[in-house]
Design a protein around this ligand. Sequence first.
Ligand SMILES: Cc1cc2nc3c(=O)[nH]c(=O)nc-3n(C[C@H](O)[C@H](O)[C@H](O)COP(=O)(O)OP(=O)(O)OC[C@H]3O[C@@H](n4cnc5c(N)ncnc54)[C@H](O)[C@@H]3O)c2cc1C
Length: 413
Amino acid sequence: MKTYNTVIVGGGASGILSGIYLDDKNSIILEKNDILGKKILLTGGGRCNLTNNATKKEYMKSYYNSGKYYIDAFNTFFNEDIRQLLKDNGCNTKVEEDNRVFPVSDKASDVVNTLTKILKNTSTKYRLNSYVTSISYNEGLFKIKYNNNVIQSKNLILATGGTSYPKTGSDGDGIVFTTSLGHTKPKNMGGLCPIKVEETWPRKLQGITNYVSIEIKANKKSIVKDSGSIIFTHNGLSGFIILDNSMIVEKHLRKNQDVIINLDFVSDYSYESLDKTLQEDFSNNSNKTLKTYLHKYLPKNMAIVFLENIKIDSNKILNQVTKKERIKIRDNLKKTTLTITSVLENESMVTNSGVKQKEINPATYESKIVPNLYIVGELVEGCGICGGYNLQKAFSTGVLAAKTIRDKYYDSY
Ligand SMILES: Cc1cc2nc3c(=O)[nH]c(=O)nc-3n(C[C@H](O)[C@H](O)[C@H](O)COP(=O)(O)OP(=O)(O)OC[C@H]3O[C@@H](n4cnc5c(N)ncnc54)[C@H](O)[C@@H]3O)c2cc1C
């Protein structure tokens, strides 16, 4: 039976980086898909928000559970390192709003192709279409079964991802393996999830994006105030500010509290200033229809649905709008309330739960339960908010585990 120095299970963001930094001819990545980095292709809406240019101090505040937990990983390999690595290999990156970093080409495929090329130039091998089905540990060696093969390894890096978007390959195998090796099984996977709302009218807006301020209340008490983009979905809302706050919402729903979200579509205006503007505009643009006028505040396709919902004729000419209707428009632009019924865990973008942080040594990402087992990427409990923090966590933890193994076995390489 072939015995490797290191087997990496999973050729996603963390596994590829582990492979690159191991650079060892006696190590191999086993990936069940027919390409590496399948999930990376979907990230950032196909543009790949690969990291965030924020400071480490900001990073510490950008993860659930504890951002500080990742400090050794970030000290080993941080945002400037992944950008430099890509740049050195022909993939330049750029910084956008909120310090989000994307490839200049705006193509996630360029990130995947570049990382694949870098990996190919190292000694580490990779094998696609290789589905790992079981892992056991005995007398210092891991026995790994994939397809119809069995191999052994002195070290094992589990880089199988969480349970989000299972069609990309990360469907929870990592938890099956770590549980069978003695780690605690997480109770639920949680994560950054869209929300479902009771009202049906927003479904007509599916796919529409809007910049809003939100306030989320549980049993009438304010629990979240935030602003940013939301996306109307087939049954509720998604978008960064929804995803980032979904775990707080879930916590309150679990306690059977009544959770609502107020959307302010015009946060630049106070009630008074909006009313004044509406009054002035209604008299100055008297021949316009309401649906055309409301494009000033709402995306094009949204005005009609918005007016339909508050039962005002969208074809009404501005100078025919009554005071009562104007106030209703003002109030709903400032505050549209939706009732949150659930957090859609099966549509989560990133998994929060995973192998418990306290069961992994954050200085090396080696398991505290099984020696020479390394756990990296999304499989480690504690996801980041949107903005490039999750890919950076995957890259950094993947590199730290690989460097730890290299340091340990340097002489035998
Ligand atoms: C739609 C979407 C958009 C996102 N956008 C962003 C973004 O813009 N920025 C950001 O920072 N994060 C983003 N994320 C999150 C980010 O993609 C993940 O956190 C990151 O990819 C995790 O890396 P990973 O290596 O841990 O896991 P993955 O990238 O999921 O890789 C795990 C790999 O392991 C393989 N695998 C699993 N089980 C087995 C097995 N039994 N045998 C063999 N192989 C196996 C899988 O096929 C997969 O290729 C997004 C996620 C989604 C779903």
